[in-house]
Design a binder for this molecule. Structure first.
Ligand code: SIN
Length: 307
């Protein structure tokens, strides 16, 4: 992996009047202090949203929220996105449970490969908001990588070469891995695993396998920042290229984005509320807490057709 003394790392906090922001790494990520999301003011929300776009992932500690509070906070960013994996919890269609039981024998955890959320959809979710209720005593962290910083550090020649490429995103490989490795259970990947017994996949799943083609270099609709839109979980090809041609480019870029210099890592505690901008970063859940229970809930905010 390459470390670049490029001068392009700038994760300093901006000056805010209504919130306090403490960056947690050189590349991205920040803690927001002084906010209770159940009573957030318009001024605080405007600054928090600014901090989210600047730091790509932000988090708050010690939030005590109900599913209703979670939904209400999420709706401040915009309508809910289509959820590709769950039907929500009873009474809260848009609050998705991400729960792994202590006795779950699966060798795979939801979200364990580097990914941006559901890029196989025509309009992938813009923002994800994840809340921790119960976490392992150690392990179960999440790690993010700044794909805007990665784009900024590429050479001009490479940037020009990839400028107009489109990536084919599909659920194909994640479904296959779940079918091969995961116990059938009432969890997002446990339900995917159950499809190994199906004679024909439901049309909705076939749609997600057909997937979508999106620009490899994506421009943020609010800030205008450019970022690489690529990951190792869902990117399976490049439009107009054979697999032999596209595979080395996708592998180089997915590895390049996720080099450790471009990352930050979060230790969860009950009450931690984290949010990230899927247009500007990729993330990965660590699969290192076998034998411990982990209970988180997430909402996603509707995104646009990437351009
Ligand atoms: C996700 O990929 O949205 C889940 C991340 C996590 O469980 O840490």
């Amino acid at each position: 992996m390459r470390l670049h003394p490029t001068g392009k790392f700038d994760n300093h906090a901006a000056k805010y009047r209504h919130i306090e922001v403490q960056p947690i790494a050189a590349a991205m990520g920040a803690e927001v202090l002084g906010v209770d999301v159940t009573r957030i003011t318009d001024e605080q929300f405007a600054e928090l949203r600014h901090a989210l776009f600047r730091h790509k992932m932000i988090f708050l500690r010690d939030q005590r929220i109900t599913h209703g509070d979670h939904e209400a906070f999420s709706l401040r960013f915009g309508p809910f996105a289509e959820d590709a994996y769950t039907q929500g919890v009873p009474g809260h269609r848009n609050v998705q449970p991400l729960i792994k039981e202590a006795d779950d024998p699966s060798k795979m955890v939801f979200g364990e490969g580097w990914h941006t959320d559901s890029p196989f959809l025509p309009e992938p979710p813009a923002i994800t908001i994840l809340y921790a209720v119960e976490v392992p005593p150690f392990g179960g962290d999440t790690i993010w990588a700044n794909s805007a910083l990665a784009y900024a550090t590429l050479s001009d020649t490479y940037k020009a070469m990839i400028q107009n490429l489109k990536v084919h995103f599909s659920m194909r490989d994640v479904l296959r891995a779940a079918q091969e490795a995961v116990q059938v259970s009432d969890s997002p990947i446990g339900r995917l695993a159950a499809t190994r017994y199906a004679e024909k996949l439901p049309e909705d799943l076939q749609r997600k396998i057909r997937g979508s083609f999106h620009p490899l270099v994506r421009t943020h609709p609010v800030t205008g920042e450019k970022a690489l839109f690529v990951d190792s979980a869902y990117a399976i090809g490049i439009e107009g290229m054979t697999e032999e041609e596209s595979a080395p480019i996708l592998k180089f870029l997915a590895d390049y984005v996720t080099q450790s210099a471009f990352t930050c890592r979060l230790r969860w505690y009950p009450g931690t509320l984290a949010m990230w901008d899927n247009r500007l970063c990729v993330h990965q859940a660590y699969n290192d807490y076998h034998g411990y229970r982990r209970e988180l809930y997430r909402t996603t905010v509707k995104g646009e057709k990437p351009s």
